[in-house]
Design a protein around this ligand. Structure first.
Ligand SMILES: Nc1ncnc2c1ncn2[C@@H]1O[C@H](COP(=O)(O)OP(=O)(O)OP(=O)(O)O)[C@@H](O)[C@H]1O
Ligand SMILES: [Mg+2]
Length: 344
C-alpha cells in the first residue's frame, strides 16, 4: 500500500517533482527580492495566507533559488527561524547569528544579545554590494516584536516575514516599526481549490503509494473536505493509507470517511505538542474553565504563573494562534469574545 512514507508526511519538504502550482506567486516573491542585485537590501516582504497553503514551502523555495544564485555578482546567505518555537528577542537573535555567523564562537545564554548583534554587524560589509542576507521569520505573528527593530536595522539584511495575517499583525506593532514594515510588499496565497488539491494529492499518490489503490473520485472526496489546506489533504491521504495498510488491497470510501476526522485530530495533537509551557497553561485553563473571556483567561493564567506570567497582549496573540491551529475556537467579537477548546 505505502511505498514511501515520507511522501505522505506533511512535515518533510517535498521533492521538487512533487511541487505543483504557485508558479506566479513564486515569481512574485522572486521579483520582490530582485533589488538585491543592485547591492541593497529590499523592503520587508510579507508572505501571507491561511494554514496549509504553501507559505513555508514557498519561503524555502524562493530562498533556495536566491542562494543558488541569480548571478555571479551576488552571494545571498539565509537565516530561517520558526517563531512558533523560537520567539523571544534573545532566542531569535541567537538563532539568526548562529546561522549567519556560525555557531562555534557563540554560546547560548552566555553571549549577550548586543554582542550577537555586533557580530551580525561586523561580519557584513555594507559597502560590499555582492553580499546580502535574508532573514526569514516564519509564523512571525507570535514573535517578540522588539526583535524586528534589531533585525530591520542590520546592514545588508532583508526580511521575509511569513504570517497568516499581515494586516492584523502590523496593527499590533509600535508605530515606529509599523511604518518601516508597512512599506513592504505582500504576496498573498489564497486557499487551494479542490481541483488544485487533487493535483497535489495525485503527486503524493504517484510517488508514495502502490499503483491503483485509490481512485480519482476518492482524491476529490479528500480534497473537498480539506478546506483549501494542503496539509489537511495530505494528512487525510496518509491516515487512509495507513488504515488500509495490511488490511485491504485498496483504500475504501469508508476508510476515507474515517480518515477525515482522524487527520484533523492528529494535526491538532501535533500542534498541541508544539505549545510552550505558557501556551500549555493557557490551553489547560480554557479546557478546564471554557468558554472564558480574554480577561478571565489572563487572570487565571496570572494566578497560576505568578511573576512569570506574560502580558495580556502576548496571551491574546497566543490565543489567536491557537485558534489558527485549530486548538481553540473564538466566539463573539469585542467585549463578548470567548475562547473554548475546539472539538471535532
Ligand atoms: N503547491 C504545493 N505542492 C505540493 N505540496 C504542497 C504545496 N503547497 C503545500 N504543500 C504541502 O502542504 C503542506 C503544508 O504547506 P506549508 O507548510 O507550506 O503551509 P503553510 O502555509 O506554511 O501553513 P501554516 O500556516 O500552517 O504554517 C506541506 O507539507 C507542503 O509540502
Ligand atoms: Mg508554515
Amino acid at each position: 500500500m505505502i511505498r514511501r512514507p515520507e511522501v505522505l508526511d506533511h512535515t518533510t519538504t517535498p521533492d521538487a517533482s512533487m511541487i505543483v502550482h504557485r508558479r506566479d506567486e513564486l515569481q512574485q516573491l522572486a521579483r520582490a527580492f530582485q533589488g538585491l542585485e543592485n547591492g541593497r537590501p529590499v523592503n520587508p516582504v510579507f508572505l501571507t495566507g491561511p494554514s496549509g497553503v504553501g507559505k513555508s514551502l514557498l519561503a524555502e523555495a524562493v530562498t533556495d533559488r536566491l542562494v543558488r544564485g541569480t548571478s555571479d555578482e551576488l552571494a545571498v546567505d539565509i537565516a530561517s527561524v520558526n517563531c512558533w518555537t523560537t520567539r523571544s528577542r534573545y532566542e531569535v537573535t541567537f538563532e539568526v547569528a548562529r546561522q549567519l555567523v556560525g555557531g562555534a564562537r557563540l554560546h547560548h545564554d552566555s553571549t549577550p544579545r548586543l554582542d550577537l548583534l555586533d557580530r551580525l554587524q561586523s561580519t557584513t560589509d555594507r559597502h560590499d554590494p555582492t553580499s546580502q542576507r535574508i532573514v526569514v521569520l516564519d509564523e512571525v505573528d507570535v514573535v517578540d516584536t522588539d526583535v524586528l527593530y534589531d533585525l530591520a536595522d542590520l546592514p545588508s539584511t532583508s526580511l521575509l516575514l511569513v504570517s497568516n495575517e499581515a494586516r492584523s499583525f502590523l496593527g499590533s506593532l509600535d508605530p515606529r516599526i509599523e511604518s518601516r514594515l508597512s512599506v513592504g510588499q505582500e504576496v498573498r496565497l489564497e486557499p487551494y481549490t479542490a481541483d488544485e488539491l487533487v493535483r497535489i494529492l495525485e503527486k503524493r499518490v504517484e510517488y508514495g503509494l502502490e499503483h491503483d489503490v485509490i481512485s480519482q473520485r476518492q482524491l476529490e472526496r479528500i480534497a473537498r473536505h480539506a478546506d483549501g489546506d494542503a496539509r489537511k489533504a495530505i494528512s487525510t491521504l496518509r491516515e487512509a493509507a495507513e488504515a488500509a495498510q495490511g488490511r485491504s488491497q485498496t483504500i475504501t470510501n469508508t476508510l476515507i470517511d474515517e480518515a477525515i476526522p482522524e487527520a484533523r485530530e492528529r494535526l491538532r495533537q501535533e500542534n498541541l505538542a508544539k505549545l510552550d509551557p505558557h501556551q500549555q497553561v493557557l490551553f489547560d485553563i480554557v479546557d478546564e474553565y471554557g468558554p472564558v473571556s480574554p480577561g478571565t483567561l489572563q487572570e487565571l493564567y496570572e494566578d497560576r504563573m505568578g511573576d512569570d506570567a506574560k502580558t495580556q497582549r502576548t496571551t491574546r496573540r497566543s490565543a489567536k494562534k491557537m485558534v489558527y491551529y485549530d486548538l481553540l475556537v473564538a466566539r463573539g467579537e469585542g467585549p463578548s469574545r470567548e475562547y473554548a477548546v475546539a472539538t471535532t
